[in-house]
Write a protein that binds this ligand. Structure first.
Ligand SMILES: *Cc1c(COP(=O)(O)O)cnc(C)c1O
Length: 405
């Protein structure tokens, strides 16, 4: 039985073909490589009903994932996260059919585990013994932990003010960790130089290897499956490097080609913070690529990416689906984080909260008319950011007593 129908890699700019079964970085044009599958054979081999009967993790889609042999799968049980209605928030926002795909329940507490699971598994299969990457925190933690599970080394560099818990996750897993006085791009330069100097590591920076994207695309497969093989009208995604959005778009196109998805594609919305909004700025000019954002700063760490390698793919996905790009302030996203906890009992990450704030904004501007079915991607758990939540912790109860009501 064929586990994966991976056929080749393709340059996302030129369409040039590359061999899939050797360690790969970017294309000759310096662009991300996309994994391509023999979808016709996938269609002949498996049905959506058969997939529905499989274990509830992302490996249920193994025919359209790049790992060729099941024994190379490195897993902590990631995937098949709940798609939850959030009716109370939706009612306040004027978008009653509001749903949240909750990636806070994934191992390591963020959806970065999807990319790490598939990326590390495929690296293991291709004989890689160490992975190296710059990160804003969550990706480093996820790759360090999955690398540990695979028996691989990891070298991680992150901005000095990245969430402390992500540094501790790296260290606990035995990663070699460096804190960098700068942003993710500065960390990237150090990693690149170290890999060139040392050898023995594969650089797995965002979109600089093809398989992290394949892990993240499974969010698109799951949403389709969970809605009965159809799509919502609108999908909002907190966009940093954009891998999740590009991945979901890729999944939708594959699903269409497989004939498993009917109807229109959802309008894809890239959500950023006003402190770092290069995609929003590019979209507002109708541009196909973004300009580097100066002095990027927001409490939503995971989306602090001043210039993404895959920016043109994010913008393509937005234009192709009739979507949009919006920026929200830190104040608004922190308020949305609290409101969601109070109204829905969900303590989500600041990046996911940015998308809920964006729902309010898009409804107010009239871009959403309120009749749509809208899915928000919450990309991580609020408990990974214990310092970020905007609440005052009360003083000790006076004289050890709780006052009468
Ligand atoms: C990395 C990250 C993002 C942004 O992901 P991309 O797919 O690279 O745009 C969003 N939210 C959280 C919590 C993250 O860790």
């Amino acid at each position: 039985m064929t586990f994966s129908f991976l056929s080749h890699l393709e340059c996302s700019r030129t369409g040039e073909r590359y061999e899939a079964d050797e360690v790969a970085g970017t294309s000759a044009a310096g662009a991300p490589l996309l994994a391509r599958y023999d979808l016709e054979r996938v269609r002949e081999t498996v049905t959506p009903a058969e997939i529905a009967a499989r274990e509830p993790n992302l490996w249920r889609y193994h025919e359209v994932l790049p790992v060729r042999r099941p024994e190379h799968v490195v897993t902590l049980g990631e995937g098949m996260t709940p798609l939850l209605p959030t009716p109370a928030y939706g009612k306040q926002a004027g978008v009653p059919r509001l749903l949240m795909k909750d990636e806070g329940l994934v191992p390591t507490g963020s959806f970065k585990a999807r990319g790490a699971a598939v990326g590390v598994s495929r690296a293991l299969e291709l004989g890689v013994r160490g992975v190296a990457m710059p990160t804003n925190g969550n990706a480093g933690a996820a790759w360090a932990l999955y690398a540990a599970r695979a028996g691989m080394r990891s070298l991680i560099a992150m901005p000095d003010d990245a969430p402390a818990i992500t540094m501790k996750e790296c260290l606990a897993s035995g990663a070699e960790l460096y804190r960098v006085d700068g942003l993710i791009g500065d960390a990237g330069k150090l990693v690149h130089a170290a890999v060139a100097e040392r050898g023995g590591y594969q650089e797995v920076s965002t979109l600089k290897e093809p398989y992290r994207l394949e892990g993240k695309k499974t969010m698109g497969y799951e949403i389709a499956e969970q809605l009965g093989w159809r799509m919502p009208d609108v999908l909002l995604y907190p966009t940093g490097g954009g891998v999740g959005l590009i991945g979901i778009h890729k999944a939708l196109l594959e699903l269409k080609e497989l004939g498993w998805l009917s109807g229109e594609l959802p309008r894809l919305v890239a959500v950023q913070a006003t402190g770092c909004a290069p995609i929003v700025e590019a979209f507002s000019r109708g541009a196909r690529e973004s300009e580097p954002w100066p002095e990027a700063k927001t409490v939503a760490f995971g989306i602090t990416v001043p210039k993404a390698l895959g920016d043109f793919l994010v913008l393509d996905a937005i234009y192709a689906t009739g979507g949009t790009a919006v920026a929200v302030t830190d104040e608004d996203l922190l308020a949305a984080q609290r409101r969601l906890a109070g109204l829905e009992g969900a303590f989500i990450c600041p990046e996911g909260a940015a998308c809920f704030a964006a729902v309010d904004q898009l409804r107010e501007s009239g871009w959403l008319d309120g009749g749509e079915e809208v899915v928000v991607l919450n990309t991580g758990a609020g408990i990974k950011y214990p310092e970020t939540i905007d609440v005052d912790v009360p003083l000790l109860a006076k004289d050890g007593a709780i006052p009468p009501a």
